[in-house]
Design a protein around this ligand. Structure first.
Ligand SMILES: NC(=O)c1ccc[n+]([C@@H]2O[C@H](COP(=O)([O-])OP(=O)(O)OC[C@H]3O[C@@H](n4cnc5c(N)ncnc54)[C@H](O)[C@@H]3O)[C@@H](O)[C@H]2O)c1
Length: 372
């Protein structure tokens, strides 16, 4: 019997879900739903999905899915996920998991009560390179618990989505509590949450509207953000979100007591940073050569994946979906619930601080003290 999958929300990201589900054996998409009839029709036509719905309850009743992927805008994530879990379905909800951390906590509690699995679309943690990074960390490459992390998330406001957002004062992203940041920063924050200890952390955030956006007449989209995070073990992290810094990097650096590692999501590379120096002048020559060797190793690994047709932009989504489906027979969820909630709490703390400081003016010192 194939696993019965349904999709709610047939917009841009739904395509990637349907395409990746199609790469996983033993699955069948039994229904698609969008409150806009045209949207569900175009997805169903292009991917040969037989059952179309404009009402989520009807989809649940008639298509009887085992798993529902919720690919709607964030405001509907909580109510839809709740309905699906309570109807007995496992739920993959796109990021950001919910509007507020309290809703994320409730969803986790509902999933546990209903004995259904829940995951969130933090797929950047499951790209080929991110999985390699995790394997290296699990093998104690850092030489102990992480000391510090740096997560950098660049954003191109000149892209299709940026243009759509800036040109539309009614865009749904503007109605989110954290606006653009809420729709975009989850991937970069999730990299950090994975390695923090405990359920709550200190967060200090400073956000502002870039001078370029202000000059263009923008008065609510914060496109520059700097965050400092610290957990109870004194593991610290910097998070940077920027539309101005070039290149638009998506990088995660993690440093331990012995060595460091750099994950570059765009290049799909993982580089080890030696914790010790070569003697004297050798450091200036041997270190760059070793880095060059590592980059070459990454090129060869990526080329091998490419030749096996396993190197595509949405590999992370496929790996996350595969792991999620594998967990449905009783294994642990691919993203621990503690981590899902912690990411949501960090984001809440960021938005609470940033929205008091909507422009590029320096914040009062009190606003920099952060909150828990
Ligand atoms: N994982 C990623 O990298 C990634 C990338 C892009 C978007 N996303 C996330 O995916 C979600 C959707 O983004 P998008 O760009 O596809 O949005 P979109 O606006 O293109 O599509 C959303 C669709 O959902 C439908 N919809 C809204 N509310 C609904 C409801 N209650 N019931 C049924 N249908 C409903 C809309 O009619 C629309 O067709 C967002 O949360 C976004 O952050 C994730």
């Amino acid at each position: 019997m194939p696993l019965r999958i349904a999709i709610i929300g047939c917009g841009k990201i739904a395509d990637a879900h349907v395409a990746q589900i199609g790469r996983i054996p033993g699955c069948k998409i039994v229904g698609a739903c969008d409150r806009e009839e045209l949207m569900v029709r175009q997805l169903a036509d292009r991917f040969q999905i037989d059952a179309e719905f404009t009402d989520a309850d009807e989809l649940l009743r008639r298509a009887k899915p085992d798993v529902v992927h919720i690919t709607t805008p964030p405001r509907s994530h909580y109510p839809l996920a709740r309905r699906c879990l309570e109807a007995g379905c496992h739920v993959y909800v796109e990021k950001p998991v919910t509007l507020h951390a309290a809703e994320a906590e409730e969803l986790v509690a509902i999933a546990m009560r209903c004995q259904r699995q829940l995951t969130v679309g933090h797929d950047a943690q499951f790209s080929h390179a991110a999985l390699l990074l995790r394997r290296l960390i699990d093998a104690n490459t850092l030489g102990g618990p992480p000391v510090h992390m740096e997560s950098h998330y660049g954003y191109d406001l000149g892209g299709v989505f940026g243009n759509a957002l800036l040109g539309d004062k009614q865009h749904w992203v503007r109605s989110l509590p954290g606006k653009l940041l809420q729709n975009v920063i989850s991937h970069g924050i999730a990299h950090i949450s994975e390695h923090l200890v405990g359920d709550s952390v200190d967060v200090m955030a400073r956000g502002f509207i870039s001078p370029e956006l202000e000059r263009a007449g923008e008065d609510e989209i914060v496109d520059e953000l700097r965050v400092l995070i610290c957990d109870r073990n004194a593991t610290t992290a910097y998070f940077t979100f920027s539309s101005r810094i070039r290149p638009h990097m998506h990088q995660f650096r993690i440093y331990g007591p012995k060595q460091g590692l750099i994950l570059d999501e765009d290049q799909q590379t993982v580089i080890r940073l030696r914790g010790t120096r070569h003697k004297s002048f050798a450091h200036h020559f041997a270190s760059p050569v070793q880095l060059a060797q590592q980059y070459l190793g990454n090129v060869l690994r990526n080329a091998g994946l490419f030749l096996r047709s396993d190197f595509h932009v949405d590999s992370g989504k496929k790996h996350l979906i595969e792991r999620f489906y594998a967990s449905l027979t009783g294994g642990p969820p691919p993203i621990p619930y503690r981590e899902i909630v912690l990411s949501a709490r960090i984001m809440d703390a960021i938005f609470a601080q940033v929205h008091d400081i909507p422009t590029g003016k320096a914040p009062e010192p009190a606003a920099m003290l952060g909150n828990r």
